[in-house]
Design a protein around this ligand. Structure first.
Ligand SMILES: CC(C)(COP(=O)(O)OP(=O)(O)OC[C@H]1O[C@@H](n2cnc3c(N)ncnc32)[C@H](O)[C@@H]1OP(=O)(O)O)[C@@H](O)C(=O)NCCC(=O)NCCS
Length: 158
């Protein structure tokens, strides 16, 4: 992701993770901060703009992935794909790009949290070989529990 992409990624983030408490300006600042962190990576997925996509007022950035390298682990903080672009393999492409990224190549474990109610994401991670490590009670600000999922790096990842 480049600094020019930040407003578009922030807008995408707002449509996917609605939260009246978080303004678009907050989201822009957050992604600018992520870009500046040496241990963070934000990857974006872009689509070819078709006439239909333009008519639907879609942007060419249709997904993003945010991850941190922390000690010997990769922490996958978020992965998100715009609703019209789902079930086309975009999240899988983002995950594969992250797993082969130079910043994460030597890390042994990928860790993430997912809401217990997030069936789509749980199915996605399960298919991608993530397994349950533990339940983190009241992990989210609204009190919902998180499942901590992990995936050991295999040789095929790099
Ligand atoms: C979870 C999410 C990122 C998946 O993105 P996606 O681009 O649609 O995923 P893919 O097309 O790469 O899916 C790969 C596989 O994951 C599984 N999967 C993905 N979404 C699924 C769903 N809604 N129901 C069941 N399985 C699903 C399927 O096995 C799918 O393969 P298939 O389409 O051939 O059956 C997307 O639904 C999303 O952005 N959700 C909102 C944001 C979010 O909750 N992010 C996770 C935060 S932890």
């Amino acid at each position: 992701m480049t600094v020019e992409d930040v407003p578009y990624v922030a807008a995408l983030d707002e449509t996917i993770f609605e939260d009246p408490q978080v303004t678009i300006e907050d989201r822009i600042v957050r992604f600018e901060e992520e870009l500046a962190r040496p241990f963070a990576v934000v990857l974006v997925a872009e689509q070819e703009m078709t006439v239909e996509a333009l008519e639907r007022n879609e942007d060419n950035i249709v997904g993003y992935l945010l991850a941190w390298s922390t000690f010997d682990e990769a922490h996958l903080l978020n992965i998100a794909v715009s609703e019209p672009s789902r079930r086309k393999g975009i999240a899988k492409q983002l995950l594969d790009a992250f797993l082969t990224h130079e910043k994460f190549r030597d890390l042994h474990l990928v860790v993430l949290e997912v809401r217990v109610s997030n069936e789509a994401a749980k199915k996605f991670y399960e298919k991608e070989g993530f397994v349950l490590s533990r339940t983190r009670r009241s992990y989210y600000p609204d009190g919902e529990d998180a499942l901590e999922l992990v995936r050991a790096r295999s040789e095929g990842d790099a």
